[in-house]
Write a protein of this length. Structure first.
Length: 270
């Protein structure tokens, strides 16, 4: 009997940053570093900090996210990419250290299963990439600013804003570039704004979800992980991650059956 030569699908685990891998917002230390480097005024710093406090209390909104995007594009205009990358020098190590133990364990599980670890965030790609490498992930992709012929940022976008549908588009592009089977890939986020990303992959995981995402996760049979109260949620997730290394399709089918049984039973809020 001839041995099967079919290759296992290439699998990635896509992670949101703010509120998912880390409990706060990366844009707070980034805004402070931008102010110290002369990228923004004191007034702009105050507005950025206020918007980020609002994000931490209420979650992301289309309006606030668009304002942060536009402010970043204005702030980096005329600067070289190396200048933007260097903004992370003073806070990157401390920020990476805030990755929660639970999410660090999940990263390790995916690494052991042979999955690529990919950070996707609305923050500038230059900062997202540096965070991903420092955190031991494969790479990161964020919002990419356009550049002029001299290689300086020109105040425009090069590609989609990595938020909502734009983040799903970025992931689809990465799948085409790296050969990922999205039906077998994982995605992690805390916000309903990432519902388009969740619908792009076969294994969506809501992490400390906001109210709307929790409702969508229950309705869609998506896994829910509560950082700080994770014993049951994480153990079932670990089994799903490990199962993909042996039989991705069968693992997803089992996961869907379990989710269906759970939806059929009354449950309390975790």
């Amino acid at each position: 009997m001839a041995e099967s030569t079919a290759a296992q699908p290439r699998i990635a685990a896509f992670f949101d940053l703010d509120g998912t891998l880390i409990p706060g917002s990366a844009n707070i230390p980034l805004a402070k570093a931008a102010f110290r480097a002369g990228f923004v005024s004191k007034r702009e710093l105050a507005l950025d900090l206020a918007r980020n406090v609002s994000f931490m209390l209420r979650g992301a909104s289309d309006d606030s996210s668009a304002k942060v995007r536009d402010r970043i594009l204005r702030g980096v205009k005329g600067h070289a990419a190396s200048e933007v990358e260097s903004l992370a020098d003073g806070f990157l190590d401390d920020l990476v250290a805030t990755i929660t133990p639970t999410m660090r364990a999940i990263l390790d599980e995916h690494r052991a299963a042979g999955h690529d670890l990919v950070l996707v965030s609305a923050s500038p790609t230059e900062i997202v990439q540096r965070f991903a490498v420092a955190a031991g992930m494969d790479y990161g992709r964020g919002t990419t600013a356009g550049r002029d012929p001299e290689g300086r940022f020109d105040g425009t976008l090069s590609g989609p804003f990595c938020y909502k549908e734009g983040k799903a588009e970025v992931i689809a592009d990465l799948a085409a570039e790296h050969g990922y089977d999205l039906a077998e890939c994982f995605a992690y986020s805390d916000s309903i704004s990432d519902a388009p990303m969740f619908r792009t992959v076969g294994h969506p995981v809501a992490v400390n979800p906001d109210h709307e995402l929790r409702h969508a996760a229950v309705a869609g049979g998506w896994r829910i992980v509560e950082v700080g109260r994770l014993r049951t949620g994480v153990e079932s997730l670990r089994r799903a991650i490990r199962a993909t290394a042996a039989s991705p399709g069968a693992a997803w089918s089992r996961g869907r059956r379990v989710a269906s049984r759970r939806r059929a039973q009354p449950t309390g809020d975790a």
